[in-house]
Design a protein around this ligand. Sequence first.
Ligand code: PLP
Length: 402
Amino acid sequence: MRKFSPRLARIGTEDAFSVMIKANKFEREELTPQGKKLIRLQIGEPAFNTPKHINKAAIRAIKDNQTHYTAPPGIREVRESLAKQSSKMTGVDFKLEDIVIHSGAKPSAFYTINAVIDPGDETIVFDPAWPIYASVTNYLGGTTKFIPLKEELGFQPDIEEVKAAITDRTVLMVVNTPCNPTGGVFSAEVLEALAQIAVENDLWVLSDEIYDHIVFDGDHRSILNYPGMEERTVLLNGASKTYAMTGYRMGWSATKNERMQYAIERLQTNDTSCPPAMNQWALKEAVDSPKTPAAVAEMNGEYLKRRDLIHGLVNEVPGLSANLPKGTFYLFANAKPICEKLGCNSAELADKIMREAHVLVLHGTSFGPHGEGFIRFSYVSSEEDIKEGVRRIKEWTEKLGL
Ligand code: PLP
């Protein structure tokens, strides 16, 4: 029998994609014949079109024959723009040499974790979390230590639990703020304490700041701001969320650690060689154009309105309650009373909500074990869909006698 590597059995996935396939089949086979549709409140991407000036830059780049390989870490001018933007957002003086541009932000996580994790090593992940950090750690033979994000602390970790989880095999800590799926933002005190733990235990830090522009109260705060962070941190960022550019697949790593920068670049050379040339020019336009701030502010203004709308509506649903999200476009709702009433877990609950209320949401456990009893709503959808989706769930829970 020809073999497959046992590693493959350990790689995870993103349920956001598999749930969508299941939902499309359900809608096609069960609902469409009855003239009904699902309301989709699970989507993890902006529902807005990419701003026109950014699309024009991509078209211009193709017309200018920017259709060839670029240097593996990306085009110098684009890296320079990203260095400036990353410096502005984090307070660290990034130079173009510190930047590697990728096909999406996802490779930044894949390459960083590949660069540091060996079998038996441990990664600290605050849970619930974007599933890729644990998936890649486990794939490499490492172990993921899940530290709960506490709903009662506004989805922040208890620092004593973080300290207690560190062992002599802990190599990496992943920090994602603003956080997918909780919509939480880590406080200055939590970031400072995490930075101290990283320094004291000589850990690498992967700081996923892909939602850095979608913060509703005050400015974005980065762990890179704290002493000792520069040489041990990889900043993960990308264009997908801020500029509604998911299909462009543009992201980047920024690190002041030269060996880490070299490792990420090497891994990329072995993988995709370089990111697509024309998309890099579109990314430069997104970051540099004077038209961009207004376009981003318009989208964020809509997210803010929809956040307030969904937060109010969800809290009126019997059996559901939710913190007010401080960033991102997700609301993580506590559905434990409904799970208890039905005797089901959060995956079964999300499936029932799809089949019986005809609304698509994601189950909390698709983001880790501490997501049990929660469901994630995304509020990128139109106000109309948000109102109708939550109305359907409310009607359904009322019928359950909640
Ligand atoms: N990090 C987080 C927390 C995310 O939610 C996502 C996308 O959903 C990414 C990284 C990756 O984004 P992309 O690869 O689309 O740039």
